[in-house]
Design a protein around this ligand. Structure first.
Ligand SMILES: Cc1cc2nc3c(=O)[nH]c(=O)nc-3n(C[C@H](O)[C@H](O)[C@H](O)COP(=O)(O)OP(=O)(O)OC[C@H]3O[C@@H](n4cnc5c(N)ncnc54)[C@H](O)[C@@H]3O)c2cc1C
Length: 380
């Protein structure tokens, strides 16, 4: 078994780390404080091709493998997790379903401009009354000539106000449960599309999260992904891959919190010696390191299975569950090691603590991941 990265994977990891430290890290604290959307940073990421990481070269993307893609997300999350939320949603649940379930015309129309970062992509499944129970969505889509007419509301949509194209799940047959759901590519300029409330979040504050409304929103029939009734499958397949990305994001946050904690424990002295020389603190650091490493191994295993075309959904669920739990635990211990300073906004660990929290909630909560893991166990 070979745990090493190949030359291309190492190159993109080092390039991203360098870029993130120079171009993103100096702004991360301000972006969080002011909940500012970092347009200039996204423009630079677009120049690097990071809006087309999973898009093949024929559509203008980088065509990265899943291992490389998740390395990029981890490195960016180490300095500013908010930036990775936007990138991950765009690449893995917006470009990816268009690539895998769109017809040729849809791919040619959307993927090149999305890969260039000219149009940011979003994914709209969650509604005010349902998130985990996605089959209960109430947004409807009815065929009228050569267009579908969408009516309904979505909530908590990443890039809701900054995005230009959304993968929207709606019921074409409300009597058929999840088999009645279809997926559509919806442009923000389609008549009947509007953006609602902006959420004021605990963390990930530089990403925008909004409601979306569809009032007799007309979508060309050719913008349907896969076919009628296959929207749940489109959503679940997209989320399987993107959960590895949430796990990678969690690993990045956890690594950043660990790095800060180690440095502080070396410098800070209590009772005549460095914090790191107290057994209780060394024990915390050791456990934090194990949590980070085991989370990273699960991300790499899931991504590697994905790259080999092998079943990976259950490993992605484990990576997402474990990575998110560990990121919360590592960030919490980092705050503890900083003592009172951990609770103060002058130091980044409190931001890591807040940013880590949502990784246990979005793209399938911890509870839902455990259901997926257990179902797989029982089936096998
Ligand atoms: C910052 C942010 C960004 C987001 N971005 C997007 C986005 O871009 N697109 C999108 O579609 N959605 C997005 N979401 C929504 C997110 O995916 C949902 O919030 C999440 O799936 C949970 O759904 P819910 O909030 O409705 O909670 P619920 O489903 O109501 O769950 C509430 C609680 O009950 C638990 N629970 C539910 N069912 C079960 C069960 N069967 N067994 C045990 N426990 C259960 C859950 O785990 C949770 O703890 C985002 C959310 C946030 C906070």
């Amino acid at each position: 078994m070979d745990f090493s990265l190949n030359q291309d994977q190492l190159a993109i990891q080092h390039m991203t780390r360098d870029f993130a430290r120079k171009e993103i890290a100096p702004h991360a604290e301000r972006l969080d404080r002011e909940a500012e959307y970092p347009k200039q940073i996204f423009d630079k990421l677009a120049e690097l091709g990071f809006f087309g990481m999973l898009v093949p070269e024929e559509y203008g993307g980088l065509g990265l493998d899943a291992v490389s893609y998740n390395l990029v997300l981890e490195e960016i999350a180490r300095v500013c997790a908010s930036v990775t939320v936007v990138l991950a949603v765009h690449n893995s649940v917006s470009c990816w379903p268009i690539l895998h379930f769109g017809n040729r015309q849809t791919k040619e129309k959307y993927l090149p401009k999305m890969a260039r970062g000219e149009v940011i992509g979003g994914f709209a499944l969650t509604e005010p009354h349902c998130g985990s129970d996605a089959s209960a969505i109430r947004t409807t889509a009815s065929l009228d000539g050569d267009t579908y007419v969408l009516n309904g509301q979505k909530t908590f949509i990443t890039s809701g106000s900054t995005g230009g194209v959304f993968i929207v799940m709606a019921k074409t047959d409300p009597t058929k449960g999840h088999r009645g759901i279809s997926a559509f590519v919806v442009e923000k300029d389609f008549p009947g599309f509007s953006v609602g409330k902006h959420e004021d979040k605990m963390g990930m504050r530089a990403s925008d999260t909004t409601e979306l409304f569809f009032e007799d929103c007309r979508v060309p029939a050719e913008n349907m992904l896969a076919s009628e009734g296959k929207g749940f499958k489109v959503a679940m397949a997209s989320l399987d891959g993107s959960r590895i990305g949430v796990a990678a994001q969690a690993v990045g946050i956890a690594q950043a919190a660990l790095d800060e904690a180690v440095e502080y424990a070396r410098e800070r002295k209590t009772f005549g010696k460095a914090l790191s020389e107290h057994g209780v603190i060394a024990d915390k650091l050791a456990r934090m390191k194990v949590w980070v490493e085991t989370s990273r191994l699960l991300v790499q295993k899931a991504a590697s299975l994905h790259d080999q075309g092998l079943p990976f959904g259950h490993v992605a669920a484990m990576a997402k569950y474990w990575g998110a739990e560990c990121a919360s635990k590592v960030a919490d211990e980092a705050v503890q090691i900083f003592g009172g300073y951990g609770y103060i906004k002058d130091y980044p660990v409190e931001r890591y603590y807040r940013d880590a929290r949502v990784t246990r909630i979005y793209e399938g909560t911890a509870e839902i991941q455990k259901i997926v893991i257990a179902r797989n166990l029982i089936r096998s």
